[in-house]
Ligand binder design. Structure first.
Ligand code: BDR
Ligand code: CA
Length: 321
């Protein structure tokens, strides 16, 4: 089994990605680490616990960064809600899932990540579905241990598009300093995948897919259909899509089945943090013009039919049978 840590800020699309990982027979989810992003840290930690409770999987959530990297260094308090308009008041749309307090771990996210890697050198993959603040803190605390990570798949950024600003994707906009630090310091040593908006926006989960979830997916499908209602509404009003882009789910499916991607570049990636105008923009040197050290794997194309088939099979295989 592949050992994974999921670093996350649930978030509706995070929830779907976590569920896919918990259900996949080849993955061993060692723990979830929460981060402030879509919502403040209390919401994202609680929402992770809600999803874990639903599956009663024995996996725990480790509480992580309460603010972006520079704010934490400056001693700032907790960052509040950022994306309630996308994910709803609680962060999981209108779904109200119960929490079993056994799902909360006592250890903090940074120590959990570092100790887990030390115990399993070269064997742990990290799937980062939110701002990469926790990873930046780990890199700063113990770079040598982080070099023992097997791979990182980070949903965020984009080569040619943004969603939080014309040039910046939300996760990378939230903490651009952390992004630049992680790719620059760790990317030369560990394969880090940037799963950006260029690929995620190719995979619109449309009303046909959602109806299928509800009709063939049993209790889980019905719950996800309800959870998606808020999100679909947002994509319609913001993007004019008749469906939704479930970014974090695509990052998870692409991690499980990397053949889903094509046009994969190994390139230098930098993230802009010192400009209000371009904050969070990724500069990905696809054609090696700067001749800087390569620190990122960046896919530009995804096989969408495959993505949807795998999503349905992983989430509802048993229920559908
Ligand atoms: C990313 O931002 C968040 O709102 C989503 O959970 C996803 O991780 C997409 O830009
Ligand atoms: Ca997310």
């Amino acid at each position: 089994k592949r050992k994974v840590i999921i670093d996350t800020d649930p978030g509706i699309d995070d929830a779907l990605a976590i569920i896919a990982a918990l259900k996949h027979p080849d993955l061993e989810v060692l723990g979830l680490t929460s981060v402030a992003g879509n919502k403040g840290i209390q919401f994202t930690t609680d929402n992770a616990a809600r999803v874990l409770t639903y599956f009663d999987s024995g996996v725990k959530v480790y509480r992580g960064a309460t603010n972006d990297y520079l704010s934490l260094k400056a001693g700032a308090g907790e960052r509040a809600d950022e994306a309630g308009f996308v994910h709803g008041a609680t962060g999981l749309g209108s779904v109200d899932l119960p929490i079993n307090s056994d799902m909360y771990a006592d250890q903090n996210a940074i120590d959990f990540i570092l100790e887990t890697i030390q115990a399993n050198p070269g064997e742990v993959d990290i799937i980062a579905l939110g701002p990469v603040t926790n990873l930046a803190l780990c890199v700063k605390k113990d770079l040598e241990t982080m070099k023992q990570v097997r791979s990182i798949h980070s949903m965020g950024g984009g080569v040619h598009r943004g969603n939080r600003s014309p040039v910046a994707e939300f996760n990378y906009w939230f903490d651009p300093t952390a992004v630049d630090l992680v790719f620059t310091e760790l990317g030369p040593h560990v394969p880090i995948w940037m799963i950006g908006l260029d690929v995620t926006h190719q995979g619109i989960i449309d009303m046909n897919d959602l109806t299928f979830m509800k009709m063939a997916g049993g209790e889980l499908g019905a719950m996800l259909y309800e959870m998606m209602q808020f999100y679909v509404n947002t994509y319609w009003h913001q993007n004019g899509y008749m469906g939704a882009v479930i970014h974090d789910l695509m990052a998870m499916i692409g991690y499980i089945y990397p053949d889903m991607y094509s046009e994969i570049y190994h390139a230098n990636l930098r993230c802009v943090s010192d400009s209000e105008l371009a904050k969070g923009q990724c500069i990905v040197d696809l054609h090696d013009q700067f001749k800087w050290e390569k620190n990122a794997y960046v896919p530009m194309k995804a096989d969408i039919a495959f993505y949807k088939e795998q999503t349905m099979a992983i989430l509802f295989g048993e229920e559908a049978a």
